[in-house]
Ligand binder design. Sequence first.
Ligand SMILES: [Zn+2]
Length: 392
Amino acid sequence: MKRFISPLQTTARVFAHIRLKNIETIYPFCVPPWHSDIDSIVEERDVAADYAKRHDADTCRIFVDSSCRNGKVGIGVCVDQNELLCTMVGSTSCIDNLYGELYAVKEAARLICKHLNNLNSATQIRHRTHGFTIFTDSQAVVQSLRRPYQQSGQSVIQKIFRLSHSIQSRTGVPLHVRWVPAHMGVPGNEAAHKLAQRATEAEHEPRKLDLIKWIVIAQNIVYLNTEYEVAFHAFTGGKYTRQIDQALPQRHTRMLYDRINKQKASILCQLRTGKCRLNTYLSRIGAADNDQCKCGAMDSISHLLFSCPEWNFLRQPMKEVAGPRWGDLSYALGGWTDRKKADGNLLDGRKDKWKPSIPMVDATLQFAEATGRLSYTYDTEIITGPSPPGRS
Ligand SMILES: [Zn+2]
């Protein structure tokens, strides 16, 4: 017995193989409401650069930066221009630059706490009356700390908040995080940038981290597309569609369908699959007596579009758009063909660079719609029977 597989079942089967191992956990809430805020500031470019260049004896100024190179994410932490930390965080196959930037702020906060615990007396960090300011050149980091939400790198943000809470409870001053524009000649930022770059040159393999959400999504999209392509080529049905469009499976079908209304989509679908209201198909499924058109020829899609004399008066606009490719079914229906020109080059060009001709598909649809041969019409005669005499 052949069982029908529902769309839900098909989806479940595909998603059963999706790789979700080692993905980060993102909680509905990032920080508890009683946690003190971090003083996060983004100012105008020039104002922010001037502030970061200005020496402030009352504040301990820590510059952080992250760098993605050689498949690695490295961070640098400086106190003014003095190097404090240069370390590789992980591989770009697990995390991105934003994660690195957040991690750099977290490391700076951790070093401040370590200093406050008097565990590392050799550090450059000194507590000043105005407390600690961490400078980052990532606005996304400052925004994330100002308004944390369900986002990638949430675990790092949570740690920053915990460390900031601890710093404030000991010093009485909140932790400040300020944006500093990159490449504006701010010495601390330049030093942290160089340090972060150096961190990516480390020889050893990056340690394994939880994968951040969008990297998992991107990896799975590639995986699903490959799987889908393999399944598509393994399936033997749909010969007509594969013949008129040899670029399948590709995204151009969305380009064709997404921009048209339901009526036109129904017509295009009939023309591209061959499962249509024309007699060649209807006779095959036993819904018509023969496969002939009114004119006596075989009632096929090519016949309707290019040669049935009944519709000659509607064809001119389509002919004008098609030009020398008049009569080419693939071209008329937005498909790619591997046919070659006289000079040996591909008629449609390379498959990966090719795009369907939208004006041609539009002209074809306009013609097919005007003939009414592929449109569904509600037949009152069949449903209600002939109208009683005197009422029509
Ligand atoms: Zn005909």
